[in-house]
Every structure is written in C-alpha cells, then in structure tokens.
Design a protein around this ligand. Structure first.
Ligand SMILES: [Zn+2]
Length: 426
C-alpha cells in the first residue's frame, strides 16, 4: 500500500490493532502439561496398568475361541441334538421343549465356561490387586448373575423360536427387534431392580459437596433432587459414577471409591462428565446405534446358519433354523459377529465418552481436577496406547487423550479469572 495516504480512523470505529496489547496469557503449553501429568504414573504402576489392559485384548480372543469350542462340542458330539430328542420324548409342547432346552443350555454353557470365568473375574482381578472380594462373595455375585441370565433366557429363547416359526425367512428382523426390545427393558429395569442385587444404594449425607453436585444438576436442567452413594468397594477399588434413568427415575449416583479417593474438585469433574451423558441423550444415541449393529448381527447369523447347516447339518443332526438344537450355532455366530464388531461398538461408546468429557469441562471448569481424576482411572486402563490401539480396543478415550483434551480446554480458557490462577503441573 505504498504511496497511499494513511486513512484516518473514524472516531466511532475502534481499530483492534490500535488497542494496547495486554498479555494476560501465562505461558501454558497443553502438550507439556499433559506430558507432566502422564509422567506421574510410571515404573511398576505404569507397567501393571499396561499389562492388565493389554491382557484384556488377548482375553477377548480367548473368550471367542472358548465359546466356539463349547458350541463345537455341543454340536459335533451331538449333545445338542441328543438333548433336543430327550426333551421331545417327554413333552409335546413346542414352547415347553424350547423352554427346557434353553434352561439346559444356560446350565451347560455356564458350567463349560466356568474355569475361564473364575480366572477372568476372580484370579486375575486379585493378581492385579483390583478386587476386594473373597471367593464366597465373588461366587455369590456370579450366582446372582447366572440367575438373571437364566430368567432372561427363559423369556427370550422361546420368543425367538416363536418368531423363527412364524416369520419364516424374515425371522432375523424379528429376532433383532426382540433383542432391541430386551435392551430397552434392561435399561429401564437395571437401575431399579438389578443393580440393587449387587450393591447397596444410600442417599449421600447432606454436605457442601452434595449441595454443589445438586447445584451443578440444576444448572444443567437435570431433574434430580438427591445424590446416591453406592458401595462399589464391595467389589473393587475402581472409581465411578453415573446419572441414570429418565422420567421420574433420574438419579445421580457416585460410588464410595470416588468419594474416598477423589478430592471435591475431582468428584465434581467426574460428575460433570456423567451429567453430560444425561444432557446429551447418550443412552438414546447408544440404543439407536447399537440397534443398527444388532440388525447387522442377525443378518450375519441368518446367512451363517444357512451356510454352516448346509455343510455340517447332517453330522450335527441340526438342519433347520426352527430346530432348537441349533441354538449353539446361533450363539457361536453371534460371538463371532460381536468379536469382529468390537472396534465398532467401542467407537460408538468412545465417541459419546469424548463428548461427555468436553461437556464436563465446560460445565465444571476444573481441567486439572479432571486430569488427576483420569490418572486415578489408570489402575485399570492403559494411559498411552497407540492411535490404532485406541480405536480398536478402547471404549473410553485413553488417559492421554482425556488429559490432553482438558489441557487444551485450559489453554483456551487461560484468560478466564477462574482458570488463570489454577495450578498447572509444570
Ligand atoms: Zn462416561
């Protein structure tokens, strides 16, 4: 613009560049701050957390192979066909036959996977110092779980086979609809009737913390007038919280581990995240996306059954979809599908978790407390996975991602009076 006379700025127009620069930004680097937080967990603690979480990847494969082996034994040794014939000789009611088969199937498969269940749920958790239960207490929870599975199966399996008989080739759409319906029922009854079978829920005593939690709820239009505490320490030292339910049943729950291990700010940071799930309707989002996955699963199971029964049906003495002796094959195909779809189901959850993190940071404005709370989760979740490892295996963002999000948030709010003077880990 050489040669042009400088233009006089009109008095009503303020040139931003002409204002004196006040640098209110303390030197704060999100990347360095994140690295400083992550460096706090090192040595044996880091190695143990990594080993526990990475072992979980292999266990997914072991679970699949084990499930396929159990199904294979039931089919190839004709245990399934024999059971069907034995029941058919005793009752002529098809619903009765399905019901008895389903009960025997749950008992047989539970017994066949019991060694693996004990290893994963009891032995391994103790080896990593993550469980607070003795074997009796663990077994009691396990037995409760089996009873719930049995009841659900005795309702689900006869309905599934009724759908197969009535709907013919389009049975798989009805089957998917049935599973989706069961998911909705489970969402409604779980917090009210099932969770209390495993843990005790008591109102959190009045305290400044409770008042702050309820204030946070009101500010975010969450219709809860009480905060519940759950005795998660019965099972483990893991910290957690949730906001569950809808209509008249909304409740905010924090577990006693969070209460014992977390500072007041950390508790609020965690609850801000949980409130984000509620406000953003994540239960509905998960339900809709999972429903698509379930429909795809049933299409896979339908095709897989016809293919496998064509090849091996004569050896298994299982030929048709409406033959209840084919249930192990349906279950095996479901195991294969959901194993392969793990990165998809993980990503459905992980993306919601990321949104809830950002919501919580915006609502609570305590990025450093959020970061230290995330470090406390590292007892059971690897802090720094590779990028693909995080996409494939993580149903929550990794500790590194979550702390980085918090530090970026802090960097962008560093001029705000409530953030400027907060401690930074550098
Ligand atoms: Zn969450």
């Amino acid at each position: 613009m050489n040669g042009l006379p400088p233009r006089a700025a009109p008095t009503h127009h303020i040139e931003v560049g002409a204002l004196p620069v006040v640098d209110a930004t303390p030197k704060f680097d999100a990347r360095n701050a994140t690295a400083a937080y992550l460096a706090r967990i090192n040595g044996a603690a880091r190695a143990r957390s990594d080993a526990y979480f990475e072992g979980g990847y292999w266990l997914m494969l072991v679970d699949l192979v084990w499930a396929l082996a159990v199904a294979g034994i039931l089919l190839w040794l004709r245990i399934s066909a024999g059971l069907r014939d034995w029941i058919a000789a005793r009752t002529h009611s098809r619903t009765g036959q399905t019901l008895f088969y389903a009960a025997a199937y749950v008992v047989l498969t539970t017994a066949a996977t019991f060694p693996l269940t004990v290893y994963e749920g009891y032995v391994r958790e103790h080896a990593y110092g993550l469980s607070n239960q003795n074997f009796t207490a663990w077994f009691s929870d396990f037995a409760t779980g089996v009873a719930i599975t049995l009841i659900a199966s005795l309702i689900f399996v006869p309905l599934l086979y009724a759908a197969i008989r009535r709907a013919g080739r389009s049975w798989w759409l009805w089957g998917a609809g049935l599973v989706i319906l069961f998911q909705i029922v489970a969402l409604v009854i779980y917090p009210l009737y099932i969770a209390p079978l495993f843990n005790h829920y008591t109102p959190l005593p009045e305290s400044p913390l409770k008042a702050q939690i309820l204030s946070l709820a009101r500010a975010n239009d969450i219709p809860a007038d009480n905060v519940w505490m759950m005795d998660a320490s019965r099972q483990s030292n893991r910290i957690s919280a949730n906001v569950s339910g809808f209509l008249g049943t909304t409740r905010i729950t924090l577990n006693d581990n969070l209460l014992k291990q977390g500072s007041q700010d950390e508790i609020l940071a965690v609850l801000g995240h949980e409130m984000g799930h509620y406000v953003m309707g994540h239960i509905l989002r998960a339900l809709l996306l999972t429903s698509l996955l379930i429909i795809a699963a049933f299409a896979f199971i339908h095709g897989g059954f016809l293919f496998a029964a064509d090849l091996f049906g004569a050896q298994w003495q299982v030929r048709h979809l409406d033959d209840v002796a084919g249930l192990p094959l349906l279950a095996a195909l479901a195991s294969i599908f959901f194993f392969l779809a793990t990165p998809v189901s993980n990503s459905i959850t992980r993306t919601s978790e990321h949104q809830a993190d950002i919501f919580g940071l915006d609502a609570v404005r305590k990025p450093d407390a959020f970061a230290t709370a995330m470090l406390k989760l590292s007892t059971y979740r690897k802090l720094e996975p590779g990028p693909w490892e995080e996409i494939l295996f993580f149903d929550h963002p990794s500790g590194r991602t979550r702390i980085m999000d918090a530090m970026v948030w802090k960097k962008e709010h560093i001029r705000d009076v409530d953030i400027r003077d907060t401690v930074s880990p550098q």
